[in-house]
Design a binder for this molecule. Structure first.
Ligand code: 9MR
Length: 341
């Protein structure tokens, strides 16, 4: 049984009215589950493949581009008048074994990356409106993470800071001059060393005409105490640079026991307040144009396995697709900014 929510109440309706995108990460394997599909279509006007547009899915081997699952995301979105964010063209982690294990020199890697970005962006031209071109290139201190693309061995720009990131943005722009290009990362949501580094990079890119349109603030909130004022100040300084901000991976994991039960049921209300504050913060900045959660039902979320059962219940709907207080709070935040009577 799916929760008896009507269109009149849905996040999607509020978001459409407000002129903001509200999205979620999706798993194609669940499209055939009726409650999953119904909730997805009712609540969201945007979606992003949680995994199936990554190298690990698209590139089973060096010769092959397999777009089957990514195309399912696009087909589902088009059938339901939803926008698609693309995720991701360059990431130092979770790459296929054939890529990690091979003994490529920088010239070969550069060509491999150029070819990948070009073919993937062109394949989804006109279907994906925004790409996370580069994901998580910086560590928590704002230093460049070591990776196959940067310095192990890198695409020929090792030691040159963000030059390899710039190159990826230039290739993506050449493949589709109309698609919006984002740098996406975690731990830089508030003003801190990491967001300072991202800010300096974006400012430099804008000054030199490197094609960047926005930054993705992932917004996995692990401690129930986000510094919302600092997040607002951060969004403010990025939008002042003339780039858009998308909140890309919002979730708020709560402590659970091994069976998945909440350690403190009252955390659901704290969680709701956080969702409300993050939404209100985004909605109060014109340049914050999309808010996306990393999944929508606790039935399918990366959190439980990642935290080995010690955290869960991070999303808007419970395992049975019942709306949680967080859902109501988000809906109210959108309603307050939008056109609900
Ligand atoms: O939720 C995703 C999980 O299913 C994958 O196994 C994992 C590795 O590809 O990636 C998870 O999503 C990550 C996203 O791509 C980038 N930011 C952090 C997300 C959570 O780990």
């Amino acid at each position: 049984m799916i929760a008896p929510l009507s269109w009149a109440q849905s996040l999607r309706r509020e978001a459409d009215c407000t002129g903001i995108l509200v999205g979620t990460a999706v798993r194609t394997s669940q499209f055939s589950e009726s409650a999953y599909a119904t909730t997805l279509v009712r609540e969201f006007n945007m979606m992003q493949a949680e995994d199936v547009m990554k190298w690990s899915t698209i590139r089973p081997d060096r010769q092959t581009f397999n777009f089957t699952l990514g195309d399912q995301v696009v087909d589902f979105a088009q059938a339901h008048d939803m926008k698609v964010r693309g995720h991701t063209l360059l990431w130092g982690r979770h790459n296929p074994e054939w890529l990690n294990g091979a003994d490529y020199n920088p010239g070969m890697l550069s060509e491999l990356l150029r070819d990948h970005i070009t073919k993937v962006v062109q394949h989804y031209r006109g279907k994906v409106f925004a790409w996370d071109v580069v994901n998580e290139a910086l560590d928590e201190n704002g230093e460049f993470r070591s990776s196959i693309w940067y310095d192990r061995p890198g695409i020929g720009l090792a030691g040159k800071g963000n030059a390899y990131i710039e190159q990826a943005f230039r290739w993506a722009h050449a493949a589709d001059p109309d698609v919006l290009l984002f740098y996406n990362d975690a731990e830089g949501e508030a003003v801190n060393h990491k967001s300072d580094a991202i800010y300096a990079m974006v400012k430099d890119f804008k000054r030199r005409g490197v094609p960047i349109d926005g930054i993705g603030l992932q917004m996995h909130i692990f401690d129930l105490q986000p510094n919302v004022a600092s997040i607002a100040a951060n969004i403010n300084r990025f939008t002042a640079l003339g780039v858009q901000v998308h909140i890309t991976e919002l979730d708020v994991p709560l402590p659970t026991d091994a069976s998945g039960n909440l350690r403190n049921p009252s955390d659901l209300l704290k969680q709701a307040e956080i969702y409300r504050q993050i939404a209100a913060t985004c909605l109060s900045h014109r340049g914050c144009t999309a808010l996306q959660t990393w999944g929508f039902t606790d039935k399918y979320s990366w959190i439980r396995s990642f935290f080995r059962g010690n955290k869960g219940s991070a999303l808007l709907f419970d395992n049975k697709y019942n709306p949680k207080p967080a859902y109501r709070a988000l809906n109210q935040a959108f309603g307050a900014a939008g056109c609900s009577p």
